[in-house]
Design a protein around this ligand. Structure first.
Ligand SMILES: [Fe+2]
Length: 318
């Protein structure tokens, strides 16, 4: 999207530079500094306004990084990114990840995961999730060193359904009774890839992924560097137990924590528009996707990155 193409007509001024008059001029865009933002909810999340993610300098990337450190969910609207541009933007915020599943990667760029209900001529889905509900979960927690930053870009979205919601694990931790906080201190959760996703557990591909991703444990409580802020860490689809607790007790605790985290006061739900890109930190939020009409096309592209552990909470020792 060029400056003049932006739907809101704002956010970019054109500067003629590079010398050599009109013929030799270089058009470059100047974004307002600091970035303009507005809250997504009274309690968490920010929308960044008036920015074109194809044209960022180091100062702007540092500013977006600082906003992401402060807020677990960021929204940027009205973007027009190809896969190379999405990868380039993602890489500026952290080392990029290649997903363990080959069947959901973009055919052109393995760094991009397709999230879509579109199908190839042979009937295979081009990506992950199709049109059903994606229950509350957190991406990549089944790995010893999760790639905790997710960037999801909307190319085609249904008018109804398919909204994504995020639940804030830090706000939820703050609101826990002291007795539960004490019980969780020092405890570790046990994880396996999509262990409770009944739709795909019998799938041979998933069995293969399980072989590639041995079970892991992570702390139940994570501390964010610098701020020292604590948050819960669990995944209702992939945490199957808590070390040091009997199976029945840990199941009860995990169900109780899931119900607590997903209370409406900790949740932000987003109705997608084409051109939206959402950035979230999987160590500070859970997310879910509501189902939508399978006959209506939905196409999203996701990249994930290793958020720098100096500034973002991570479930492993640095
Ligand atoms: Fe996800």
């Amino acid at each position: 999207m060029r400056c003049g193409d932006r739907p809101d007509g704002e956010g970019c001024q054109t500067v003629v530079g590079g010398g050599g008059g009109v013929k030799g001029s270089i058009l470059r865009k100047v974004h307002p500094m600091p970035l303009t933002t507005r809250p997504l909810t009274p309690d968490f999340g920010l929308e960044i306004l008036d920015v074109d993610l194809r044209h960022l300098n180091d100062d702007l990337i540092a500013e977006i990084d600082a906003l992401w450190v402060a807020q677990p969910v960021l929204l940027v609207r009205d973007q027009l990114l190809d896969e190379v541009q999405q990868i380039a933007f993602s890489k500026q915020l952290g080392e990029i990840n290649i997903h363990v599943r080959t069947d959901i990667r973009s055919r052109s760029h393995p760094e991009v995961v397709m999230v879509s209900n579109l199908r190839l001529e042979n009937g295979d889905n081009i990506g992950a999730l199709a049109s059903g509900e994606a229950k509350w979960h957190t991406d990549s927690c089944y790995k010893p060193k999760p790639d905790t930053g997710s960037l999801l870009y909307a190319l085609e979205v249904p008018e109804d359904g398919g909204k994504t919601a995020w639940a804030n694990l830090q706000l939820a931790y703050d609101a826990l009774p002291d007795a539960i906080k004490a019980k969780l201190e020092g405890k570790r959760g046990a994880y396996a890839y999509n262990i409770f996703d009944v739709d795909i557990t019998g799938d041979d591909d998933v069995k293969d992924i399980r072989a590639k991703t041995p079970d892991v444990t992570h702390p139940m409580v994570l501390t964010q560097p610098v701020s020292g802020r604590k948050g819960l860490y669990l995944d209702p689809l992939q945490t199957y137990g808590i070390e040091g607790m009997a199976p029945a007790e840990s199941r009860e605790m995990l169900d109780e924590l899931t119900a607590h985290v997903t209370r409406p006061e900790f949740v932000f739900e987003h109705k997608w528009r084409r051109g939206d890109i959402m950035l979230w930190d999987n160590c500070r939020v859970l997310h879910r996707r509501e189902p939508f009409d399978p006959m209506v096309p939905r196409l999203m592209k996701r990249t994930t990155i290793f958020l720098p552990p100096e500034r973002y909470p991570v479930p492993f020792q640095v």
